[in-house]
Design a protein around this ligand. Structure first.
Ligand SMILES: C[S@@+](CC[C@H](N)C(=O)[O-])C[C@H]1O[C@@H](n2cnc3c(N)ncnc32)[C@H](O)[C@@H]1O
Length: 202
């Protein structure tokens, strides 16, 4: 079963399952956008738009998701909040944007979801401007961490919802253009993390 199919089935119940447990780390994640001048922000894998109530209004937002059923719910949330955001059906592992387009790429619960997180990170790096930021909120295991439960459930859950075996450090090692600014625990001890990256001037 592909993720597009499973998220089509999950769309009607996604908010009921995810909104409440993620709310406080989501607020902390989006606090990172509450500073500075208006920016061009890309939100990758926006889902049903649970981020929207916490987004500051000064920026220009574009958002992607693979699953039309998730985006339909996001569109309703956009209307409810009278918010301006361009929504596109797109794959974060193959983004339909030219290089160096955005000041910020936000990746809340998407990098460790997709089958090839390295491709998704490389794509975020490609479309963000030199000096721009990539803000991540997701679950990772540490290099060498045994995490048998997470590695075991990954065998099943990766096909229907998310991977649980992604080692962020291994991804970063393969993206020499990205500099780590911050990496801090966000939820469930340090399973979920808030990670800030900056694209180096090349
Ligand atoms: C766990 S949800 C996260 C949604 C939202 N970011 C949030 O924080 O609630 C994962 C989302 O990623 C989307 N998705 C899965 N694979 C994708 C891909 N390759 N490209 C874009 N979106 C994808 C799913 O449709 C789903 O909406």
């Amino acid at each position: 079963m592909g993720l597009k199919f499973s998220y089509t089935l999950l769309a009607p119940i996604y908010d009921a399952i995810v909104a409440s447990p993620t709310q406080s780390m989501r607020k902390a994640s989006l606090q990172r956008l509450h500073q500075g001048l208006p920016q061009k922000v890309l939100i990758n894998g926006i889902g049903t738009g649970l981020d929207i109530p916490f987004l500051p209004e000064q920026h220009h937002y574009t958002a992607t998701d693979l699953t039309p059923a998730m985006l339909e719910r996001c569109q309703l949330r956009v209307k409810q909040h009278d918010f301006e955001i361009e929504l596109l059906t797109a794959d974060v592992m193959q983004l339909p944007f030219a290089d160096n387009q955005f000041d910020i790429v936000l990746m809340n619960l998407i990098l460790a979801v997709v089958p090839e997180p390295l491709k998704a990170l490389q794509e975020a790096c490609r479309v963000v401007k030199p000096g721009g930021k990539i803000y991540i909120m997701d679950k990772f295991i540490k290099p060498g961490q045994f995490a048998p439960g997470r590695r075991f459930i990954n065998i099943f859950i990766r096909h229907i919802a998310t991977r649980t075996d992604v080692v962020f450090e291994y991804l970063l090692e393969q993206c020499p253009n990205l500099h780590l600014l911050q990496d801090k625990p966000a939820f469930m001890s340090d399973w979920f993390r808030l990670i800030d990256l900056q694209k180096l001037d090349s």
